[in-house]
Design a protein around this ligand. Structure first.
Ligand SMILES: CC(=O)SCCNC(=O)CCNC(=O)[C@H](O)C(C)(C)COP(=O)(O)OP(=O)(O)OC[C@H]1O[C@@H](n2cnc3c(N)ncnc32)[C@H](O)[C@@H]1OP(=O)(O)O
Ligand SMILES: O=C([O-])CC(=O)C(=O)O
Length: 385
């Protein structure tokens, strides 16, 4: 296709249906509800007893499942790099406690670049170090902001604990129940990657300028925060709390539809059936409730899902990944405004996989636009306006 024939293409708001990259990282079939990471169905990964989020991160970033030795080295490197510089912790102490943790994370991720950015993008060692540092330090920074805003000093990472157990420990000062930590780890795996979604596209655009990986992740964090993307998980809980009890569901949904408001946790650009991750997350929520007690909001959520399907199923609007994830995190005692930062902890894997893939075939992203303004207007001096 020549540039002129592309220029003649129809304008698609939101780039719907326009391929903007070629990728081997993940695959989504939105009609059948299939998600694969490097060709492996996500259900297979989530149910494997030995799987860990870091194994998935390795798979996504390096393109293959690691051997036992490779996985051990990767996990050890990440364990070693979990601490963050005291200057970053001090910087976070200056953030307002009322600030949103996603804003704190975006600023902290960008600040890592002050220490580690070399832009040595053709050096495989630099690439590996950046991957390790970002995967290692992002959870520490999320937990640190939580403790700091409560007026406490951050808790140092515990080298005896695995990735997810350590994160929950840094957040709560308690070693979590092993099943809870396991379920949390599977949640991270389920959020690790999802083709060219908005935040990943943002990461790729930033990466295409050959800037540093910390800027790539910081820009993606900013994009993930919005309520139409990762930020919806937080909004879902607010909505379920607003409803308060099952008899309010129908009037609430009817009001939303009459007022043309979006129902959070539903709808997806690609899936026209229930998001496969939502089904797995729902099962994980139930598993968790069986172990540590029920959450009344879950009953509202299940009933609400039926009502939304009844009213919007004909439009292909079903529960997405953000609908059930918050119910798991809430039962783990995690504050609602940390749900999207937790999504970011997981999605760093996908962003970095795309960063690495982008570097190998890089061409700067620079689409075109259809100019719909005027031409040739006279300049009017300020005194004459
Ligand atoms: C991790 C993630 O990012 S998953 C998505 C998280 N976001 C949410 O849960 C927010 C709620 N959902 C939405 O806003 C949308 O479904 C999005 C942003 C996810 C996808 O948006 P798009 O693909 O651009 O869909 P679009 O906005 O064109 O909607 C198509 C139709 O479905 C309707 N629709 C889509 N989602 C919803 C929803 N959640 N509630 C009510 N109506 C909806 C639109 O009103 C529109 O109806 P119309 O054709 O009668 O005008
Ligand atoms: O793919 C999308 O547009 C959004 C999504 O589900 C994700 O990023 O996980």
């Amino acid at each position: 296709m020549t540039v002129s024939s592309i220029n003649a293409c129809e304008y698609m708001p939101g780039l719907e249906g326009i391929p903007a990259a070629r990728s081997k990282i993940s695959f989504v079939d939105g009609k059948q509800g299939i998600l694969e990471y490097r060709g492996i169905p996500v259900e297979e990964i989530a149910k494997a007893p030995s799987t860990t989020f870091l194994e998935t991160a390795y798979l996504l970033i390096w393109g293959k499942l690691p051997t036992r030795v490779e996985l051990h080295e990767f996990e050890s490197d990440i364990r070693y790099h979990r601490r963050v510089k005291y200057r970053i912790r001090d910087m976070m102490k200056c953030f307002p406690e009322s600030g949103h943790p996603m804003d704190a994370l975006q600023a902290s991720a960008a600040a890592l670049g002050l220490f580690y950015s070399r832009r040595a993008l053709d050096d495989p060692q630099y690439i590996r170090q950046a991957v390790v540092r970002l995967l290692a330090k992002i959870p520490t920074m999320v937990a640190a902001f939580q403790l700091i805003r409560e007026g406490n000093d951050p808790i140092q990472p515990n080298d005896d604990l695995d990735y997810s157990t350590n994160f929950l420990y840094m957040l709560t000062e308690r070693i979590p129940d092993p099943l809870a930590a396991r379920i949390f780890d599977i949640c991270l795996t389920l959020h690790a990657e999802h083709t060219i979604n908005a935040s990943t596209f943002s990461a790729m655009v930033t990466a295409s300028t050959l800037t540093d990986p910390y800027a790539v992740v910081a820009s993606a964090v900013g994009t993930l925060a919005g309520p139409l993307h990762g930020g919806a998980n937080e909004e879902v809980i607010a909505m379920l709390e607003d409803m308060g009890s099952p008899e309010n569901i129908r009037p609430y949904i009817d009001r939303c539809l009459a007022e043309k408001k979006r129902i959070m946790g539903f709808g997806h650009r690609v899936y026209k059936v229930k998001d496969p991750r939502a089904s797995i997350l729902q099962g994980l929520a139930e598993q968790l409730f069986n172990k540590i007690g029920h959450d009344r909001l879950y009953d509202i959520a299940v009933e609400m899902e039926h009502v939304v399907e009844e009213k919007l199923g004909h439009k292909g609007i079903y529960a997405n990944v953000d609908f059930y994830s918050g119910l798991v995190y809430r039962r783990l005692g995690i504050p609602t405004d940390l749900f999207t930062p937790i999504f970011a902890i997981a999605r760093v894997a996908g962003w970095l996989a795309h960063w690495k893939e982008q570097l190998a075939v890089n061409r700067i992203f620079r689409p075109t636009q259809q100019y719909i303004g005027q031409h040739g207007l006279p300049y009017v001096p300020v005194t004459e306006r």
